[in-house]
Design a protein around this ligand. Structure first.
Ligand code: ADP
Ligand code: 5RP
Length: 551
C-alpha cells in the first residue's frame, strides 16, 4: 500500500484434490496464480476394480499444500477458500471418525474412489428399475455414482460400515465440512452423483425402490438435507482448528465446493475471447465445451434449457454455472490409459533412461521422438495401420456401457522405442476420437458446440491438444493459467468472500485465454477415416460378444 490510497491486494486459496495428488494455489482477484504446491496422495487397489483412499491422508495433504502457498503472505489479505475434489465417497461414523470400506476392516481406507467398479450388480439392478431420476443421468446410472456404492456397502459391509455410518460425503463436501464443521452439501455433488434435483429435491420413491429406504426414514440426514449452491459461504467460515491445520486465519470465508471437473469448467468457460479469432466470439457461452483432462476426461457443455443426451450425464440444473443446465460427457480413463500403455511397453525402461538424460518428461521425449520418425508426413499419419478403442475401463459416454473393453489393432513383433511412440500416439488419438464421438452425440441432441476449452494435466501435452483440435475440427483454447482447475476453486473462495456479486462475474474476471490451437484442416480427410475405423472397432467388439454368447 502506498499513502493509504491503494487498497491491499485480495487473495483466495483454491485447493484441488485430483485422483493422484492434491494441489493448492494462491490466486489474486484477476485470476493470476501467485503460488502453487502439490503433494501426492495414497491410493489402494486391494483387488481388481476396487480403489480406495483415506480421507485423513487427503486432508493432511491439503494442509501441507495450503501452508506452502501462503508462506510469506500477510494472512489478513486472504479473503476466501474454495475446494474441489474428485467425486469419491467418504464414510464417517456418527462421531465423524472414518469407517472401513473393505473386508479387511482397515478404517484408514474409508473412501471408495470414483473409478471403483465394485458395485456392478447394484448398478445393474438400479438401472433395471427404469426410475424417472435416471433420465437426469443420461438414461443409465453409472457404476461410478454414489447410489450403487451405498447399496454395495449395505449389502456387503452391513455390520462394520453401513449400520455404524453417520455421514456419507462426496469428497468435495467432506473437505468443506472439515474446514467449517458445516455438514451442508453442495448442490453440485448431490445433483451430479446422488440423484438430487435442484427443483424437486430428493425423490423418496427412488431410494425406496432400490432398497435404501433407511436413507429416507432418516430424512436424508446421512447423505445431506441442507443443500447450498457452489460458492455460497458456509457457516462462520474456517474453524480455529482447521485454520491451525491449514496455516490460515480462523473465520475466513469457505465456499460450498465443486466436483473437480466442474471447478475446471468454471476456471475456463467464461473467459473473454475477444481478439483471438475464435468463432465463439459473439456466440453464446453455450457454444463452448470445457474438457477437463486428468486421470479421466470430462466434457462439460451448458444450455439454457434442459437437453437430454442419451449416454451423457445430466441434464443437471445449476450444477456448474448457476442458472444453466449442464451435460457432462466423460471418458473414465484417459491420463491413466496413456500412462498404462506407455509404462506397460517393453521399451519403457529405455524411454525412462533417455528422457531422464535429456531432463524431459517421458511425454515430451515421445513427442520429439515422433517428430524424428514422421518423415515427410504429419505426425498423426504414423498410425495409418494402428487403431485403438480406448474403453479399457468401460465407456462412460456416449455408450454408457461399463462392459466395453479396450482394443488395439495393427500390432507387430517389434518392441522398440518407435513402436512405443506410435502406440502412444494411437492412444492419444483414440481419446480425441472419443471426444469427437461425445460431441456428435451432444450435437445430435441439441447442443451447438464450436470451441473446446481444455484444462487438466493432459492439457500440458501439446500432442494431446493438437490431436483434439485436428480430430474434432475445432479450435482448442488453453487458459493463461495452466492450473485452471485451481482458478475454479479460487473462484469459489472469491464468491464466498463476497468480493464478487455472482459466480458469473468472478468467472468473467478470473479466467483468461492463454493460447489457441487451431485444427490443421488439411488433415481432415485422414482423421475422418480414422474416425470411421474407430466406430467400426466398437461395432466389431459387440459382434464378437454376440458370437461368443451364442449357444
Ligand atoms: N507435463 C505433462 N505432460 C504430459 N502429460 C502430463 C503432464 N502432466 C500430467 N500429464 C498427464 O496428466 C495425467 C494426470 O493429470 P492430473 O490433472 O494431474 O490428474 P488428476 O487430477 O486426476 O490427479 C497423467 O495421467 C498424465 O498422463
Ligand atoms: O467423475 C468425475 C467428474 O464428474 C471425475 O472424472 C472424477 O472426479 C475424477 O477426476 P480426475 O480425472 O480429474 O481425477
Amino acid at each position: 500500500m502506498s499513502g493509504g490510497e491503494q487498497k491491499p491486494e485480495r487473495y483466495y486459496v483454491g485447493v484441488d484434490v485430483g485422483t493422484g495428488s492434491v494441489r493448492a494455489a494462491l490466486v489474486d482477484q484477476s485470476g493470476v496464480l501467485l503460488a502453487f504446491a502439490d503433494q501426492p496422495i495414497k491410493k489402494w487397489e486391494p483387488q481388481f476394480n476396487y480403489h480406495e483412499q483415506s480421507s485423513e491422508d487427503i486432508w493432511a495433504a491439503c494442509c501441507v499444500v495450503t501452508k506452502k502457498v501462503v508462506q510469506g503472505i500477510d494472512l489478513n489479505q486472504i479473503r476466501g477458500l474454495g475446494f474441489d475434489a474428485t467425486c469419491s465417497l467418504v464414510i464417517l461414523d456418527k462421531r465423524f471418525c472414518p469407517l472401513p470400506v473393505n473386508h479387511e476392516e482397515d478404517s484408514h481406507r474409508n473412501v471408495i474412489m470414483w473409478l471403483d467398479h465394485r458395485a456392478v450388480s447394484q448398478v445393474n439392478r438400479i438401472n433395471e428399475t427404469k426410475h424417472s431420476v435416471l433420465q437426469y443421468v443420461g438414461g443409465v446410472m453409472s457404476v461410478e455414482m454414489q447410489a450403487p456404492k451405498l447399496l454395495w456397502l449395505k449389502e456387503n459391509l452391513r455390520e462394520i460400515c453401513w449400520d455404524k455410518a453417520g455421514h456419507f460425503f462426496d469428497l468435495p463436501d467432506f473437505l468443506s465440512w472439515k474446514a467449517t464443521g458445516v455438514t451442508a452439501r453442495s448442490l453440485c455433488s448431490l445433483v451430479c452423483k446422488w440423484t438430487y434435483s435442484a427443483e424437486r429435491g430428493w425423490d423418496d420413491s427412488f431410494w425406496k425402490m432400490i432398497g435404501l429406504e433407511d436413507i429416507v426414514a432418516d430424512n436424508y440426514r446421512k447423505i445431506g438435507n441442507q443443500v447450498l449452491p457452489p460458492g455460497a459461504s458456509l457457516g462462520n467460515g474456517l474453524t480455529p482448528e482447521a485454520a491451525r491445520d491449514l496455516g490460515l486465519l480462523p473465520g475466513i470465508a469457505v465456499a460450498a465446493s465443486l466436483i473437480d471437473a466442474h471447478a475446471g469448467g468454471l476456471g475456463v468457460i467464461g473467459a473473454d475471447v475477444k481478439g483471438h479469432g475464435l468463432v465463439c466470439e459473439g456466440q453464446p457461452v453455450t457454444s463452448r465445451l470445457a474438457v477437463i483432462c486428468g486421470t479421466s476426461s470430462c466434457h462439460m457443455g451448458i444450455s439454457k434449457d434442459p437437453i437430454f443426451v442419451p449416454g451423457v450425464w445430466g441434464p443437471y440444473f445449476s450444477a456448474m454455472v448457476p442458472g444453466f443446465w449442464l451435460n457432462e460427457g466423460g471418458q473414465s480413463v484417459t491420463g491413466k490409459l496413456i500412462d498404462h500403455m506407455v509404462e506397460g511397453h517393453a521399451a519403457f525402461p529405455e524411454l525412462q533412461v533417455k528422457a531422464t538424460a535429456r531432463c524431459q518428461s517421458v511425454y515430451a521425449y515421445l513427442n520429439s521422438h515422433l517428430d524424428l520418425i514422421k518423415k515427410a508426413q504429419p505426425v498423426g499419419f504414423l498410425t495409418v495401420d494402428l487403431h485403438v478403442w480406448p474403453d479399457f475401463h468401460g465407456n462412460r459416454s456416449p455408450l454408457a456401457d461399463l462392459t466395453l473393453k479396450g482394443m488395439v489393432t495393427g500390432l507387430k513383433l517389434s518392441q522398440d522405442l518407435d513402436d512405443l511412440a506410435i502406440l502412444y500416439l494411437a492412444t492419444v488419438q483414440a481419446i480425441a476420437l472419443g471426444t469427437r464421438f461425445i460431441i456428435e452425440a451432444m450435437e445430435a441432441a441439441g447442443h451447438s458446440i464450436s470451441t473446446l476449452f481444455l484444462c487438466g494435466g493432459l492439457s500440458k501435452n501439446p500432442l494431446f491438444v493438437q490431436m483434439h483440435a485436428d480430430i474434432t475440427g475445432m479450435p482448442v483454447v488453453l487458459s493463461q493459467e495452466v492450473e485452471s482447475v485451481l482458478v475454479g476453486a479460487a473462484i469459489l473462495g472469491a464468491c464466498a468472500s463476497g468480493d464478487f456479486a455472482s459466480v458469473q462475474e468472478a468467472m468473467a474476471k478470473m479466467s483468461k485465454v492463454g493460447k489457441v490451437v487451431f485444427p490443421r484442416l488439411q488433415d481432415k480427410r485422414y482423421y475422418d477415416k480414422k474416425y470411421q475405423v474407430f466406430l467400426k472397432l466398437v461395432e466389431h467388439q459387440k459382434e464378437y460378444l454376440a458370437i461368443m454368447n451364442d449357444n
